[in-house]
Ligand binder design. Structure first.
Ligand code: HEC
Length: 180
């Protein structure tokens, strides 16, 4: 009888020990702390592709229809202002940056390692550069897409774009979107 009590007690201690040992692993597997699912990343990638298409069409449309000389309000300026306001609204972060080393405004440049690496990759011909990051326990998809010299008019204000090789990006759009 006594022996069985000892066995039961020992078994209980082993069980409690196991629970304590396993607990940290259970936390590590919490979905909020692990990697996001492929499907969730793909959804964010598609949303960014949609935004990218809208923004780039808007930049081209504004340049085509409204910008006639150097004094006009540039699509680049419109994009910088639009992106600042959109980023403040909180749904995603977006910035227009230079890829030539000669930006109009020194603010419009790759700022962190990810953006600097992205510019290198895009200039080497990559279609886009991306990374999943975790900020305050939340996953975000960061993507940088290229901006080529789409129209001759671009050179009106950015003289040096004329030196860009065929298809080489002169700028880029940098996105960060929560993965949900
Ligand atoms: C009317 C002059 C003008 C034209 C035309 C123009 N831009 Fe710009 N662009 C600017 C100005 C001014 C800025 C700086 C905006 C700011 O920071 O507020 C700028 C900023 C940019 C930037 C961000 C990097 C930097 O140099 O500051 C990119 C990329 C860019 N323009 C691409 C283009 C493309 C592509 C076209 C053609 C579709 C184009 N621009 C046409 C004036 C122009």
């Amino acid at each position: 009888m006594k022996k069985s009590i000892v066995v039961t007690l020992c078994t209980s201690f082993v069980m409690i020990g196991l629970v304590l040992v396993l607990k940290p692993q259970a936390v590590a597997q919490d979905p909020a702390q692990g990697q996001p699912t492929k499907a969730a990343v793909e959804r964010s990638r598609k949303t960014i592709a949609m935004l990218d298409n809208i923004y780039k069409n808007a930049i081209v449309l504004i340049t085509d229809k409204y910008v006639h000389d150097e004094e006009d309000f540039a699509a680049g300026s419109a994009a910088v202002l639009l992106f600042e306001n959109v980023s403040k609204s909180g749904s995603h972060n977006v910035r227009l940056i230079d890829a030539t080393g000669e930006p109009y405004d020194d603010e419009n440049v790759a700022k962190d390692d990810f953006e600097k690496e992205a510019i290198k990759k895009l200039k080497a011909g990559a279609k886009q550069h991306e990374q999943v990051v975790t900020k305050k326990g939340k996953h975000h998809l960061r993507v940088v897409t290229p901006v080529p010299v789409v129209m001759k008019k671009c050179v009106m204000c950015h003289d040096h774009y004329a030196d860009a090789k065929e298809g080489e990006p002169i700028g880029a759009i940098s996105y960060s979107l929560p993965i949900e």
